[in-house]
Design a protein around this ligand. Structure first.
Ligand code: MTE
Length: 320
């Protein structure tokens, strides 16, 4: 799937990952017609007007936060990628309102001594901190997002991985009745992501349950999502239902769809271009207009000091 020849693709920041050609299929399936009809309705509704999803209290500030100016709540919650709800940036804010987020459990299993199923209510009771992180999307845009959550490490320690646990797999929600996007084989649903165990245990790797001081809006991956700030945004799996510890490297959803475009590691790297998008520069959503000079993308999205050692000796062109 997602077969493209390099020469016949215009590099465009607005082209979603691999689905440009698939828009025809969306149109044929009548999905786009439905989406467009409802979009008219939603255009009269701002994100704020839909009501805030719920305030989070007792949030500690973190030293890991960037001091850069955060992207506005409106932009963070209305310019999204959540393909289960459509491939346009505006689709998730409209269609993800139907996502069922309660009851919600996260099964943690596989190569662990103490497998456990966590209820979302228990996870929301954990000590929460605010981490303001840069998010760099492989499409060439970036945001600065004040996430609220806890280190994935603290959850992993509770289940005690065995010596065989080399990778961690994140399986996300599959709700065909609420997700119009899964009617089409854009990806091999459910959306699956993966990390190497040391990446998962890194203190920068976060499980987010909120942003700003609010619980996560559905379009941003309610009720819990992954955030790995030195990797491209697509590693941040939304609406996680299962975390599995495994011996072998996971084939992630995007790799299955187009392995020459998306690799397992997906570390932000200005020196390794995506076949359709340069990774050398980026545009900050909400701040940079089309005449603003592009910002230089930083190695590991600016987190090299903390994470470069994880990849010592690896050929990052090969393991992209
Ligand atoms: N998770 C799921 N389940 N489905 C998706 O389509 N998109 C990914 C990632 N997580 C995606 C997902 C991509 S491509 C990006 S860039 C980020 O979510 C976007 O997160 P944001 O919308 O909160 O900025």
């Amino acid at each position: 799937m997602l077969i493209k020849r390099r020469g016949d693709i215009r590099p465009s920041e607005v082209t979603p990952y691999g689905v440009y050609l698939r828009r025809r299929e969306f149109l044929k399936a009548g999905l786009a017609a439905g989406l467009i009809g409802a979009a008219g309705l939603a255009a009269t509704r701002s994100v704020g007007a839909q009501g805030s999803p719920g305030k989070l209290a007792g949030i500690r500030k973190s030293n890991y936060s960037t001091l850069e100016k955060p992207t506005s709540y409106g932009d963070v919650t209305s310019y999204n990628n959540y393909y289960e709800f459509g491939t346009e940036k505006s689709d998730p804010a409209i269609y993800a309102q139907k996502l069922r987020t309660r009851p919600w459990t996260v099964v943690v299993e596989g190569e662990v001594k103490r497998p456990k199923t966590f209820g979302i209510e228990d996870l929301l009771k954990l000590p929460l901190e605010e981490r303001v992180y840069r998010l760099r999307c492989v499409e060439g845009w970036s945001m600065v997002i004040p996430w609220v959550g806890f280190e994935l490490k603290s959850l992993i320690e509770q289940v005690e991985p065995t010596g065989k646990a080399k990778f961690v797999e994140f399986v996300t929600a599959y709700q065909p009745e609420t997700m119009p996007g899964v009617r089409l084989p854009v990806l091999d649903w459910p959306y699956v992501e993966g990390l190497r165990i040391d990446e998962a245990m890194h203190p920068l790797t976060l499980i987010a349950v909120g942003l700003y001081d609010q619980m996560l809006p559905n379009q941003n991956g309610a009720p819990i999502r992954l955030v790995v700030p030195w990797k491209y945004g697509f590693k941040s799996a939304k609406s996680i239902v299962r975390i599995r510890f495994v011996e072998k490297q996971t084939r992630i959803a995007w790799e299955k769809a187009a392995s020459h475009e998306y690799g397992f590691y997906s570390n932000v790297n200005p020196e390794v271009d995506h076949p359709r998008w340069s990774q050398a520069t980026e545009r900050r959503i909400g701040e940079d207009g089309i005449f603003t000079p592009k910002r230089k993308t930083l190695m590991f999205n600016g987190y090299a000091g903390q994470v470069a050692s994880l990849y010592a000796g690896m050929d990052l062109k090969k393991f992209f």
